[in-house]
Design a protein around this ligand. Structure first.
Ligand SMILES: *[C@@H]1O[C@H](CO)[C@@H](O)[C@H](O)[C@H]1NC(C)=O
Ligand SMILES: *[C@@H]1O[C@H](CO)[C@@H](O)[C@H](O)[C@H]1NC(C)=O
Ligand SMILES: *[C@@H]1O[C@H](CO)[C@@H](O)[C@H](O)[C@H]1NC(C)=O
Ligand SMILES: *[C@@H]1O[C@H](CO)[C@@H](O)[C@H](O)[C@H]1NC(C)=O
Ligand SMILES: *[C@@H]1O[C@H](CO)[C@@H](O)[C@H](O)[C@H]1NC(C)=O
Ligand SMILES: CC(=O)N[C@H]1CO[C@H](CO)[C@@H](O)[C@@H]1O
Length: 745
């Protein structure tokens, strides 16, 4: 019993888990990454030798250097991971040719109908595929950096209609699968592999990797359901894309944790294996480290140079501002939205009043109902407040998130520990989320919860009858941004709008390892081949671009979403096939951005592909402004005088002679003008790139560019933010932008 209780306490602290950045002190050796830039064309073995030579300079004996080195990154880029003390780290960082030396950190994992919801209807897709050149991703290799995969899942069955393995593939096998644990074991000690607690292989223990991989590229699995709920065909967005699995996150302390050095090793391999898309749903909460002191950003930077897209999740730290993670301009950061599928669950009180909550309940329950204060001292549904170990025996307990600020996970475990039968969990309507809590839990809003509370107080012997949940599709306003989705602006690169776009991230039905319970809690004895992932969601969308026509709601606030909630808007994979205009940015554009961050030409030269004819110089007379990167959004975080921001658009539409007109929504407290107001593309112009000032375009396609301005010279002394979003979409019926404005304080 004591062991069990300890375990519960660990779980409680998890809901607030933050992994602090440890600072290096004294003689103790910590895991560091020494980043050296682009691989200069040497063979991997020669590169590794050069790493050892460099490392030997800070050790007295060569053998010590050999022992200290953990990884030699030699393929996608160059650098190494090693155990270093603080003097060694600072000596190396001053050595010529070293771009950055940083302490490795432990990152957190960001934990079926969604593709149809986004317009990628399976049948429609089949019909239109030839005409739209959709090949379901047949020639695309998606590299997923996550917790591994459960390869026997129905989503990963071999499809006899697959073409041959893409010739660009240079990895081990398809499904390619590799695993990396040197870093995590060096930092957190040996993994527990007893009794299937973890597998020292690419096999997935946590479930997250299987879920994200099948969400992206899983084949069609008919009749999938989560204990009978949400029944339908489960499939990925690009069901024929190839999957390459890089297991970097491991089951540790009841969650998935990943080390910087392992992540960088996976990027190194993935780039050499020839993946086309990298998906990584992991990160670390602010404070964010510099871009070149972060494994994910270094990896994504080298991926960008090879034309490989890296798709990150924005994080789960919403809805407060500036908590977004993975903020470099060369990665695509995706916010999480809800979809139009709900699981209504009818609660009938003893007085016959009924209330519709949400749950994943598969059986009928009739029990006594009590309020939290009869089970917990002061009514806080937390383990420490339990009156005694049987206080909830045989009862369903009504808990309020607002009493003691508890999470539903915490409340469920506390009621479970008090021998209860289930929980009705009331939270503010914006934060209410139907999420699977291994124990019967019905989620209601504060209004409903209060009604239930009044019933309990007015009755001597309150009872409740909870009916099994139903699956309802298409009846709810969606998408809305999930309240937990991390919001912008970026805390280190404020001119780069993050998140970039939004995609479904709540209650997605996808494959699950049958050996792991859907909550991964040791108490949860259920087994399933399919699961709805809750908070820690990931997004990998091989075909995607931005689109939105309707105002989205910002979860957690009940306000219309602004650009810091959703970026350019909700993805529309079909429309992305014909965007009309694009903001193109090549390696040179990103190098100029690096100049603006203060990197020297010598450092930049070292970071780019050797032998490329790329101009690596920083322009004399002051670095370009970070706002001038040809990014799809414009953010001016401290506007105090008129500025001109330049963008270059490229016409990629079928009509080479298209004419686009600009429309810009006026900003509150600021004025914006677009020049020229009209762009005419000429087929005789030799190339179809036109370089002008800021352009919003309109016509057959609607190209929407978020514009966010923060004005800093207003008399009210505080900083008032005015945000406007104009639109990157195409909309055949619309003449003129239907853009909205929002002032956010
Ligand atoms: C770090 O290690 C080196 C080589 O072993 C040693 O010379 C140095 O004194 C150590 N520094 C600290 C702060 O312990
Ligand atoms: C789907 O699976 C359920 C059992 O999970 C079964 O009862 C049902 O007949 C199946 N439906 C189809 C169409 O195969
Ligand atoms: C609730 O409804 C049931 C059947 O519909 C009825 O038998 C019962 O008396 C009702 N109870 C109350 C408190 O109205
Ligand atoms: C535990 O608490 C419940 C609820 O307050 C009470 O009914 C029960 O008698 C208590 N049991 C013990 C052993 O104190
Ligand atoms: C209260 O309700 C429970 C369950 O419906 C029942 O077993 C019990 O006898 C009731 N107690 C009183 C005092 O009415
Ligand atoms: C690839 C591309 O079109 N890059 C352009 C981005 O925009 C800048 C101006 O802001 C141009 O100089 C680049 O050529």
């Amino acid at each position: 019993m004591e062991v069990f209780l300890l375990l519960l306490l660990v779980v409680f602290s998890l809901s607030f888990a933050v992994y602090p950045i440890q600072t290096t002190t004294g003689s103790h050796a910590d895991v560091h990454i020494v980043y050296l830039g682009h691989n200069n064309g040497l063979s991997p073995s020669l590169t590794s030798q050069s790493h050892l030579q460099l490392l030997s300079r800070v050790f007295t004996k060569p053998d010590e250097a050999k022992q200290a080195i953990l990884y030699s990154y030699s393929c996608g880029f160059t650098g190494f991971a090693a155990l270093l003390n603080s003097t060694q780290a600072s000596t190396l960082s001053e050595t010529e040719g070293v771009i950055s030396v940083f302490r490795s950190r432990i990152l957190e994992l960001h934990t079926t109908r969604s593709w149809d919801f986004m317009g990628l209807n399976l049948h429609m897709q089949m019909e239109q595929s030839s005409q739209m050149h959709l090949k379901f991703g047949d020639d695309v290799i998606v590299g997923v950096l996550d917790t591994g995969v459960w390869p026997e899942s129905e989503s990963f069955r071999d499809d006899p209609h697959y073409g041959p393995i893409p010739s660009s593939w240079r990895g081990t096998c398809l499904i390619g699968a590799r695993y990396y644990l040197t870093g995590i074991e060096s930092e957190l000690g040996p993994l527990d592999t007893s009794d299937g607690a973890e597998y020292r292989s690419p096999r997935d223990r946590v479930g997250h990797g299987t879920h994200t991989a099948s969400t992206a590229v899983g084949g069609v699995a008919p009749n999938a359901s989560y204990f009978g709920l949400g029944r339908g065909a489960a499939r990925g967005g690009a069901p024929r894309a190839r999957l390459a699995v890089y297991k970097v996150c491991w089951y540790k302390d009841l969650t998935g944790r990943c080390s910087d050095v392992d992540i960088l090793a996976a990027f190194d391999d993935a780039l050499c294996d020839g993946v086309h898309v990298v998906s990584a749903s992991l990160g670390s909460s602010p404070p964010l480290m510099p871009l070149f002191a972060t494994s994910t950003e270094i990896g994504a930077f080298h991926a960008m140079q090879r034309g490989v897209v890296t798709v990150f999740s924005a994080g789960n730290d919403g809805p407060d501002a500036s908590m977004v993670q993975n903020v470099s301009p060369w990665g695509l950061t995706v916010a999480a939205s809800t979809i139009d599928r709900r699981f209504p669950t009818v609660i009938t009180l003893g007085n016959n009043a009924s209330i519709v909550g949400e749950s994943f309940l598969v059986r009928d329950m009739k029990k006594r109902l009590v309020e939290s204060s009869s089970v917990f001292t002061d009514g806080t549904c937390a383990f420490e407040q339990l009156i005694n170990r049987t206080a909830a025996s045989g009862k369903i307990v009504l808990c309020f998130a607002t009493m003691g600020m508890v999470s539903s996970e915490g409340a469920v475990l506390a009621v479970y520990a008090g021998k209860g039968e289930g929980v009705i969990f009331a939270n503010t309507i914006s934060r209410k989320l139907s999420q699977d809590n291994f124990w019967p839990t019905v989620h209601v809003d504060l209004h409903q919860g209060t009604q239930i509370l009044y019933y309990i107080r007015a009755t001597r012997n309150a009872t409740v009858h909870i009916s099994p949940s139903k699956t309802v599709v298409g009846k709810t306003p969606a998408p809305t941004v999930a309240y937990f989705s991390s919001r912008g602006p970026s805390s280190i690169t404020p001119n780069i709008l993050k998140p970039d776009v939004t995609a479904p991230g709540v209650n997605i039905l996808a494959a699950w390892p049958p050996k792991s319970s859907p909550t991964v809690l040791p108490l949860d004895k259920r087994s399933t081949n399919w699961a709805h992932l809750r908070h820690r969601r990931a997004h990998q969308v091989p075909y995607m671009y931005d689109d939105t026509s309707d105002v989205m709601l910002a979860g957690g606030t009940l306000k219309a979403a602004d650009a810091f909630d959703v970026g350019a808007g909700h993805v529309d994979p079909l429309r992305a096939l014909d965007p009309g205009l694009v903001y193109d940015a090549g390696a040179r554009d990103h190098l100029l951005f690096l100049c603006s961050l203060g990197y020297t030409a010598a450092q930049i030269r070292q970071m780019v592909l050797p032998g490329s004819s790329l101009d690596t110089s920083c322009p004399g007379g002051g670095a370009p402004h970070a706002a001038d990167l040809n990014y799809t959004a414009i953010v001016l975080p401290d506007l105090s005088a008129p500025v001109t921001v330049k963008r270059t658009v490229t016409n990629v539409g079928a009509n080479r002679g298209a004419v686009y007109r600009a429309a810009v929504a006026s900003l509150q407290g600021a004025r914006a003008e677009v020049w020229p107001p009209e762009l005419a593309f000429s087929p005789y112009h030799g190339g179809d790139t036109a370089s002008y000032y800021i352009v919003w375009s309109d016509g057959f396609h609607r190209v929407r560019t978020p514009l966010v301005v923060r004005v800093t010279n207003l008399p009210d002394d505080g900083v008032r933010a005015a945000a406007a979003a104009a639109a990157a979409t195409r909309d055949r019926d619309s003449h003129g932008a239907t853009d909205y404005l929002q002032a956010a304080a």
